[in-house]
Every structure is written in C-alpha cells, then in structure tokens.
Ligand binder design. Sequence first.
Ligand SMILES: Cc1cc2nc3c(=O)[nH]c(=O)nc-3n(C[C@H](O)[C@H](O)[C@H](O)COP(=O)(O)OP(=O)(O)OC[C@H]3O[C@@H](n4cnc5c(N)ncnc54)[C@H](O)[C@@H]3O)c2cc1C
Length: 454
Amino acid sequence: MINSNYKVISGWNEIRKKSTKLIQPKNLAELKKTISNLNQNQIKFSLISGGCSYGEVFTSPNGITIDLNFLNKIIKLDMKNNFIEVESAVNFLKLNNYLLKKGFYIKSLPGTLSATIGGCINGNTHGKDSYLNGPFANNLISAKILNLNGKISKYKNNKKNNYSLNNPIGSLGLKNIIISAKIKIFKLKNSNLIINKKKFFSYEELIQTFQNNKKKTDMMGAWIDHFDIHGRGVIHLGKFSNIKNKNEYKQLKIKKNYEKILRIFIYPILRLLLNKIIIKFINKFYFFVHKKDKITEQSFFETFYPLIDFIPNDKLIYKNGKVCIQIILSTRDIVKNLKRINNLCRKYDFQSWWCGMKMHKKYKGNFAFAENGFDITIQFPFSYSKKKNFNAFLSKIYDFTQKKGGKVYLVQDNFLSNKIFKKMYPEYKKFKKEKNKVDKYNLLENYLYKRLIK
Ligand SMILES: Cc1cc2nc3c(=O)[nH]c(=O)nc-3n(C[C@H](O)[C@H](O)[C@H](O)COP(=O)(O)OP(=O)(O)OC[C@H]3O[C@@H](n4cnc5c(N)ncnc54)[C@H](O)[C@@H]3O)c2cc1C
C-alpha cells in the first residue's frame, strides 16, 4: 500500500486552505504506480515538494496532492566540470551545507532554505543576484523528467529547447515531474561576503545605488520603509571575500529549541501586539538605528537568509494568513512608478509591512517574471482583506502594473484576475497547447491553473 494521509494544506500565505489527500510514495516505482492509477481513473492532482510557494501552485482543487519528498538524495558532485546532480526534492539547507563545505555554491538562490530544486525550476525563482545571474533556470544543465504516460525522458536546457514539450522551467507543476537535475555550481575562495549596508533617503537615491553597483557586486537587496513617502531604507551591497578562507566552514543548523521558544513565548505576544501603528514604528526604528554606511564581513547564511534566526517561519507572525503581492516594473520611469505604487498604497491604506526590493535582468521563457527592472513586495495581514476598499485597491495595483508593462510573480499570488493575467503573460496560449499534448485530460491541476490559465 502506498502511504497517504489527510491534511489541511495551503500555500505559505495560508489564504486558501484545503483538506487534501497527501499521497507519499517511498520510491520511483510507487510514484509511477500512483501516476498510473490517477491517469487510469482520470483523477486530477497537484505536486508538492518544499511547500514554500506563497500562492496557489501546489494546492489541489480536487484535494489530491503527491508529496515528492522521497526524492531527497544528492547523486553526484563533479568538481572538475562544476556541476552537481541531485534528486528534485533536495532542499537548499542540505545543498548549501554540502556545497559550501567543499568550496562551491549555487547562484540565484531564493530567500528560503526549505525550497527545493524541483520547486525552483518549476517556479523559475530568483535571488538577490538576479540582476547578474538571472533566475534559477540559468543554473539548470539538464533534468530527468517523468511524464504522465509513465515514461522517463531527459530535458537538456538550452535556448533551442526553450519551448520543447518536456521543458519543466516555469511550468508551475502543470506538465511533468522532475525526478532529478544537473545543476551548475561555482567555486568560491571564501563563503563570507563583504557587505556595505547603505542608508538611502529616497527612491531616486535607491535606484541610483542599484545602478552604480551592478558591476561591482555579487548580490544586492534593499529594504524600503513603505510608510515613508520618499522611499527611505537600507540597501545591502555584497561581494564575496577574495581572501582564501583558512577556517573550516561551519554547517548551518536551524536551532529547533530556539524556534520552539519563539513559537511558545514570543510569537503569541507579537501577534497580539502587531498592528499597523506598531509596524510603522518598527519600520521607522529599523531605519534610524542603521548607521549611514557600514561595512561588515558576513557569512553566506547571514547574507542570503538574514532573518533565519529571528523569523524562521513568518507564518507564525501573520496568524490568519498574509496578502503578498510581488510585482516587477521595468527600469524605464521606475522612480515615478514606485512613487505611484507608494501613493496608491497610502491612498487605500495598505502599505507594505515589510517591503523588499531586488533588481533583475530579463529572462525569456514560460511565465518568466524576470525583466530588466525592479521588484517590490507588498505584504500585510490577510485580515485586512475584510476592509471595504480591498478589492478596489487590488484592481488598481494590478491594473497599474499591467499598464506599465510590469508583471505579478505567479508563485506568490492569490488574487490576480484572469483578464489581467492574460495581458501580462500572453504566452499562456502556447503553454496551454503544450500542456494539452503532455497532459491531455488536464490531470495536473492547482488553484492557480484553475483561476488563471484554464
Ligand atoms: C520565506 C520565503 C522566502 C522566499 N524567497 C524567495 C525569493 O527570494 N525568490 C523567489 O523567487 N522565491 C522566493 N520564495 C518562494 C519560493 O522560493 C518558491 O515558491 C519556490 O518555487 C518554492 O519551492 P518549493 O520546493 O517549496 O516548491 P513548492 O512550493 O512545493 O512547489 C512549487 C511549484 O513547483 C511544483 N513542483 C515542486 N516540485 C516539483 C517536481 N519535482 N516536479 C514537478 N513540479 C514540481 C509544484 O507543483 C508547484 O507548482 C520564498 C518563499 C518563502 C517561504
């Protein structure tokens, strides 16, 4: 018997919860058998691995999901040819610990250690180096794919194959199952980075700083105080240290006891206290305690996962879920457009509680978010969606983004309308045709597919 149990599942935003039969195959034979059963009976299902997507890409409207977490082995490290071959549910905690110890790393990492290789290929995620290295797709050399007909094929990642039927990049869990992947790795002299933490006082200054440093850095990420009309905040400009590391690399362990203390004693109080006035004050305070310019040496984990010790799980803060809208706008008129977004948020009183910003470079491919431009994330508690003007706010933000040629990041989204989606991602027609060829009964299905693509 193949293991299964019933569980309430939702995206990381915890907005749409669904009681789901979670099927947990233990090996490839069980996975193939599961697929064959679902296929024969034409039962719709979704796929989950790390479960870190904020939106609706792994939740199944039919309440049936296959958990791919048995695919968790590192298969081969080739330090001569600079690649690693791993099963698709290997996550970045395991992978970073394994690779950094040997003096290597992977580019374009998302901000969570629980995300997996399979999830990041399907979501085509990006990191704080997106302006340099593009999204996760650029790491992929090839992948072993299980198709719904039970056959295994190989996908070779090159421009020629961009629209090949078994291309899993950006396919949002809707075409096939990645069993394993060969991923590029890069040599490091030192896993520490020299970080320049710079305060800025306006959107103009922020954009100028990003532009001036794109050739001098290995990563950049900014935090903006969204309650401030001018767009003040702090930007981190990082470069890997060139000094050969003499110290043994220390493994990162998520401190479970620490998390337990936070969960039992701190978060319940935080949840009671946190409201917009306090958050506004925290944003202000965070800005004022920062020195104008500070240069420090930081570890890889402190740089790419800065809040891991304090907020190992942001679900615990936003008790009833959160709204998370991540949008990208092109470089043209960016300052003007950021101010317009800020004004819209102020007008409707939905400023972002914690607003991050990254710079990107364009990637062409299915549902690609990355453009030559900048993204920001607007996030606040889902309980605010009860406010009368919430829907009007959403439609203004989405409309504005689309009219300026921008996009909404699909793996994070819960609210985009079908009409605007089709204008933002016109490739959906081509994708549907491809999907119909590899999944003619549309068995692979998630809430995002139902809302936007179908
Ligand atoms: C704290 C936090 C920070 C984040 N920071 C970033 C960031 O900086 N940048 C960014 O881009 N994203 C970020 N994300 C989002 C996250 O990285 C992406 O949603 C990523 O796709 C999640 O990977 P996962 O392994 O958890 O996949 P899941 O969420 O489980 O699944 C994602 C999609 O991939 C499909 N899928 C998963 N595995 C397979 C497989 N083996 N074969 C076929 N389909 C599969 C699923 O069906 C689903 O459609 C963040 C998320 C969190 C919680």
